[in-house]
Design a protein. Sequence first.
Length: 239
Amino acid sequence: MPRRREPRPAPALELKTTRLAGIQIILNSAEHAALETHISTLFAATPDFFGGEAAVFECGRLPADAPSPDWAWLARELKSRGLNPFAVQNASPELAAAAVQAGLLVLNAAAPAPTAPPTTAITDIVWQWTSVANKTTNEPTTVTTPEKYTITFRADGTLSGKADCNNFTGTYSQASGFSIKLGASTMAACPEGSLDQQYLQLLGAVAAGGPDGQGNLALETAGGEQRMLFVNGGAAPAP
């Protein structure tokens, strides 16, 4: 009589390629010991397999009452093995809050259709740009006049804002990550030293973003190369 095979327990985490974010790090456990053991085993044979690919922690398989992993340690361990975790998705509010404190972004779960309306968490607020940090050089740039560089998101998916002496409009989507499509803009020549062109270029390259857990807004380009921070400048006038 053949022996019955016992099912193998799920590993603490799994790696999966994804078209939008690069690498998905699927968490099946939040326990430190299990994660540490499986990471060591997973990368033992090919410690240099990855070369800095952007990665997202997928939390959808974790139990609802799972404790938060040590996000800072987990991101550091995977970075030492060639991955670049920059965000979490499908995380509970508690897990998401802990991830934000560790410097990770929180991505919305992918919507079933691209026409799904954006969340209202960031809408109808005049967001003022305060800084941008470059991951490669680790050099931040402070915006000395945040009130001149603003953006307001509306619940219908439209946006508007100021880039120093110019005004602009456009649309945005949170269906998969975060994307901005700039539309019409005035074409005035702003004073020397203006950040208007840099600001618009950064907005057009946004790939992820959302509330940072401290009442501010964070927007990032692909792989977290450029991280823009915005403060709440108050409620936006009715459109």
